[in-house]
Write a protein that binds this ligand. Structure first.
Ligand code: ZN
Length: 665
């Protein structure tokens, strides 16, 4: 709890989570499971009981709609995922042989990894998992629970490392479609896909739809064509369950605006029409009055090497009213931040519209947001909607709170942070500055700046995600150190930002490398972004020793000598990346990414892995969801919704697979 105790600011009202923990008396069990490089946590849903009965009904049906999309994501991730999951879960549940053997233990770990990744490729590195058990053992064990032998193609997928090795390949110069195992494309080359969309796109269209967002691209009779995810189209069965629950939820909408949002989403699922999706997105963005909110659909495109097709996800949430004060203050001052940002005035927005931001309590995480989940979300993604209608930005504070609580006393700071005063700084200010960083990133960073007229929003291509994340991070880093935050009452100490700066540089230069296997490059967009920023600032501040990597007792430490100069460097890089985005300067963007974001110093990497291994801290975390149980009266009306937290990791996965088998596979 120490992070809460040290945040003594009225603007940062203690989160309800804190009071809920205290009220319970017994400490909440944040740890659900541990395996491979994963730790699974639990999160609480404080104040659920303060919602009205109708709000609880609304949340309940939205959580059902969320869970019904799970198998869509599994199939999007890889075409054999659902078939493999069925085999693995059958063996896991019904195996009567010795469960204490090395083979079974390795099998159990593999099952847990696959469940966590929503498929057979790691959720972050995108590499296919390597089974620690033999094919002979697997076939023999499967024969005891299933009278059909496992298909040869499936055996090859599981055991041959060369088959579909990577879900999303970002390696420059390769055919990113042919070398990526995801199920967004079938039988088409990258060139064919690019040609197909270039023919559809009209560069003069000021309000382009998000091409390819809800489709699978295939070749039929030699012609490239799209299969649409919709009722009656691809994934129809699961979508029917989603629509059914959205329809039930609509009856309990908090107001007409929200009712219309749900209705438009149903229209979109029914027709697959992307202009309808845009209309839904606009109405969703403009509904800021409802306390309960949700996303449900094909949203983020990180799973597509071309950044077009959305992976299915859903998060249901409700506003944490006291904590939202923080983001409301930032939003109310959005124009000030835009006008003062360290970028060429030509690239600033004259008018920042409708940046709405709130702190939310997540009620359920689903699809691509489960079990690994983002801590901040900013939507919609369409550039023109953001420019004309603003965007909605949220911070999932019950999730960040769970991370924070679960990490206390894990030894990380003692091992990696350079000295006691810096550790103290982190103890005191990291929780609040980290939350503020997320707020600034999501509610101001992504929404800031503008493209020059005629610049293609996709001009940065494969580097677009990395550079966009860098832009939002830099905006947040730059302003964390601004006296404006003190003036607005969001921080009480002008040096507080140093906690986030230290953590950011430590993470970007060193500790995030623990997520990378020896010999590999950095591929994931957020990790590339963090290393890009940290390495660039380190290199450009080298002659003034702004940031140093110093050795002590054979160990490397990050030392920041001049925090103000580091802030200036962040400002300079923000100016450059904004220019690259505004002008669509692909060559400069690609150069930045290749120079700073991708390559890893092998010696430092080894050292980080070694020091980490002694701490037994999992590099990746995710969550099990709470369980919502509806209580019905004799007429089938919900009279109450109960929330409980005790469900284990595998029991939850198996329950979801059984009860929300949306595609019947
Ligand atoms: Zn972002």
């Amino acid at each position: 709890m120490s992070t809460f105790k040290t945040v003594a600011l009225s603007a940062l009202a203690l989160t309800a989570a804190y009071s809920a923990v205290m009220a319970q008396g017994t400490p909440f069990d944040y740890h659900a499971d541990n395996f491979a490089d994963i730790e699974v946590l639990r999160y609480q849903v404080p104040d659920f009981d303060s919602l009205s009965l109708n709000q609880k009904r609304l949340v309940y049906y939205l959580t059902e709609a969320a869970l019904w999309g799970r198998d869509i994501l599994w199939d999007q991730n890889y075409k054999h995922n659902l078939e493999i999951r069925a085999l693995l879960e059958n063996l896991y549940q019904n195996y009567k042989g010795d469960r204490s053997t090395a083979d079974f233990k390795a099998f159990e770990q593999y099952v847990k990894q696959v469940e966590f990744a929503n498929g057979i490729h790691h959720h972050y590195s995108m590499d296919k998992f390597t089974p620690g058990f033999s094919q002979a053992w697997f076939e023999q064990a499967m024969a005891t629970v299933d009278n059909k032998p496992v298909r040869a193609e499936i055996l090859a997928v599981i055991f041959d490392p060369a088959v579909d090795a990577k879900r999303v390949n970002q390696a420059e110069g390769e055919d990113l479609i042919l070398t990526s195992a995801n199920n967004f494309y079938e039988g088409v080359t990258q060139q064919e896909v690019e040609d197909y969309y270039n023919a559809l796109k009209n560069p003069a269209d000021p309000t382009p739809v998000s091409y390819g967002l809800n489709t699978r691209v295939v070749k039929k009779n030699g012609k490239v064509t799209e299969q649409t995810y919709k009722l009656g189209g691809l994934y129809s069965d699961a979508i029917a369950h989603i629509v059914d629950n959205l329809t039930k939820a609509m009856a309990y909408a908090e107001n007409d605006a929200q009712r219309l949002v749900i209705a438009r989403l149903i229209d979109y699922y029914t027709t697959g029409d992307l202009a309808t999706f845009d209309d839904y997105s606009i109405k969703w963005t403009e509904d800021t009055a409802s306390q309960v909110d949700f996303i449900n659909g094909f949203i983020e495109s990180y799973g597509d090497p071309l950044g077009m097709t959305g992976s299915w996800e859903s998060i249901v949430n409700f506003k944490n009213i006291p904590a939202s004060h923080r983001t409301e203050v930032l939003s109310a001052n959005a124009q000030w931040f835009e006008n003062n940002s360290p970028v060429d005035p030509r690239f600033r927005k004259d008018e920042v519209k409708g940046v709405s931001a709130k702190v939310i309590t997540a009620a359920i995480l689903a699809g691509d947001a489960y079990p690994a989940t983002p801590i901040g979300i900013n939507l919609p993604n369409a550039n023109w909607i953001r420019a004309a209608h603003g965007s909605k930005s949220v911070t999932l504070e019950n999730i960040t709170q769970a991370y924070d609580e679960a990490s206390h006393g894990n030894g990380f700071n003692e091992e990696f942070v350079i000295d006691a005063p810096t550790r103290e700084l982190l103890d005191k200010y990291l929780f609040i500055t980290d939350n503020l960083h997320t707020d600034l990133h999501e509610c101001l960073g992504h929404g800031s700046g503008r493209l020059l007229p005629g610049v293609d929003p996709d001009a940065l291509k494969a580097h677009g995600s990395t550079l966009e994340e860098a832009r939002a991070d830099l905006f947040a880093l730059y302003y964390l150190a601004d006296p404006k935050l003190i003036e607005l009452g969001l921080l009480d100490n002008p040096d507080a930002y140093q906690a986030e700066y230290y953590k950011y540089m430590l993470n970007g230069l060193m500790t995030q490398l623990m997520r990378i296997e020896p010999g590999k490059d950095i591929e994931e967009a957020h990790m590339r972004n963090r290393q890009l920023i940290a390495r660039w600032a380190y290199e450009h501040g080298k002659k003034d020793k702004v940031v140093e990597l110093t050795k002590r007792g054979g160990k490397t430490y990050v030392r920041i000598n001049d925090y103000r100069a580091l802030r200036d460097l962040f400002g300079q890089l923000l100016g450059e990346i904004q220019r690259i985005k505004s002008e669509g300067d692909y060559a400069a963007g690609a150069d930045l990414v290749q120079r700073y974001a991708v390559k890893v110093d092998p010696k430092l990497h080894q050292e980080v892995l070694k020091r980490y291994s002694k701490l037994s801290i999992a590099p990746y975390k995710g969550f099990v969801n709470p369980v919502y149980e509806a209580v019905y009266d004799d007429n089938g009306n919900i009279t109450n919704v109960k929330v409980t937290y005790g469900e284990g990791y595998m029991p939850q996965m198996l329950r979801y697979s059984k009860n929300y088998n949306g595609l019947g596979k």
